[in-house]
Design a protein around this ligand. Structure first.
Ligand code: GDD
Ligand code: MN
Length: 380
């Protein structure tokens, strides 16, 4: 017996050691916290469990609801993240905050059927599996009352997902599953942690194919509050897929940044042409206006698309805009400087010097705005 094994206590409920960690991501789920813990307590009566709520700075009283329970029940804990967003990264950090050998992920809003958890655990312990998935698409499962539009989008994303994964999962979009810690730990360093498809991320990031089984459940109606997923989840999904396909070559954030830059160029030319030709302003004024508007547009789009997880709001938005202006101004100087040297000194063709200057400017803008404009903040 190894020294670790000899001294390690067996997970007993008397010691308060959890065998199963239930990770619950929350964003304004005030009314769901207490009822969910009650349900977990009931269905997991025979299991040594702990619940970790990972809250992304909810503005309702979600954390108060969690603390009220955690102060009398040591099985319940809260992980409060500030200046961050993201369902997938919340689940990952929740799992990392626990040492339980089994990890479950479940939504706070009771759409996932918690009564499946004991069977998931039994299955995971008794069969040669890494992960058990709560599935809406195997016999006995269902989409519940999900709107026809959501069902359609989910079906489309599912088919795309199956292509990327090397596994024939019926419901790769599920956000309800239980995984062995060793399997999670093997994948954790490769996770993209983008957006909300943590299950897909796990499958795509695992060095060996995950041995899985799907258990059917019926997707229920949300108990309290509203869904947090807006139409931009489709974009986040594209980012996740992009990261899995080309992320090892070029950061997917840079691709998004470059795409926004391309849109900015179109905006710039549109404003310039309108101002010059339709409104009759002189070139300097038109070019200045086009530059200003394109920069505001680029900043806003990057804030929503490229840096969705670090999105700036309120005063932070204005501060970010100013710093983005300064970063881009320096980027423009670098762009012109490099382009001129290549054109004048190395006698490159005008278009090659132009492109090279623009690429240097774009890389500068991306790298420096990532540090100064959308930096990960310790506080809001
Ligand atoms: N910490 C954190 N941060 N939690 C979040 C965030 C976030 O940025 N966004 C959403 N959540 C939490 C919600 O509070 C909720 O507990 C859970 O994640 C799911 O969010 P919903 O807004 O209820 O999502 P949904 O019902 O549209 O989609 C869910 O069901 C799908 C089908 O199974 C998600 O679980 C999807 O992952 C899942 O595919
Ligand atoms: Mn939901």
């Amino acid at each position: 017996m190894t020294p670790e094994a000899a001294s390690a206590p067996t997970p007993t409920r008397e010691l308060g050691v959890a065998e199963l960690a239930v990770i619950i991501p929350t964003l304004n789920e005030y009314g769901n916290v207490a009822p969910l813990v009650e349900r977990l307590d009931r269905v997991l009566a025979d299991v040594a469990w702990e619940a970790i709520f990972v809250d992304d700075d909810s503005t309702d009283r979600t954390r108060e609801a969690i603390y009220a329970i955690a102060r009398r029940d040591p099985r319940v804990r809260s992980l409060h993240r500030i200046g961050r967003r993201g369902l997938a990264s919340a689940c990952i950090e929740g799992a990392l905050a626990s040492s339980a050998p089994y990890i479950a992920v479940i939504d706070a809003d009771m759409q996932h059927d918690e009564s499946l958890l004991p069977e998931m655990l039994r299955t995971l312990k008794s069969e040669p599996l890494d992960i058990v998935i709560g599935s809406r698409y195997v016999a006995g499962g269902g989409m519940g009352e999900l709107s026809a539009r959501r069902v359609r989008i989910s079906g489309l994303a599912t088919r795309l997902g199956r292509r990327i994964l090397r596994a024939e999962i019926a419901d790769p979009m599920s956000g309800f599953f239980m995984v062995r810690r060793d399997a999670f730990d093997r994948a954790v360093r490769n996770l993209s942690a983008i957006g909300f498809k943590i299950l897909m991320d796990l499958f795509a990031s695992s060095p060996e194919p995950l041995r899985f089984k799907e258990l059917a459940y019926e997707f229920r109606r949300r108990a309290y509050g509203d869904s947090k997923l807006d139409s931009l989840v489709v974009w986040e999904y594209v980012m996740l897929v992009g990261d899995k396909l080309v992320g090892h070559i070029v950061p997917v954030r840079f691709l998004s940044f470059a795409l926004v830059g391309g849109i900015g160029l179109v905006v710039h030319l549109g404003v310039l042409g309108t101002s010059l030709r339709l409104l009759g302003f002189p070139f300097e004024i038109s070019q200045a206006a086009a530059t200003l508007i394109a920069m505001v547009c680029n900043f806003t789009l990057n804030n929503v698309l490229t840096y969705r997880d670090l999105r700036l709001r309120g005063w932070g938005f204005l501060r970010g805009l100013v710093s983005f202006f300064l970063v881009c101004a320096a980027g423009a100087v670098a762009n012109v400087g490099v382009g001129t040297v290549l054109f004048d000194t190395l006698a490159l063709p005008w278009w090659a010097a132009g492109i090279a200057g623009a690429v240097v400017g774009a890389v500068w803008n991306y790298a420096v705005s990532g540090v100064f404009t959308w930096r990960k903040r310790a506080k809001a």
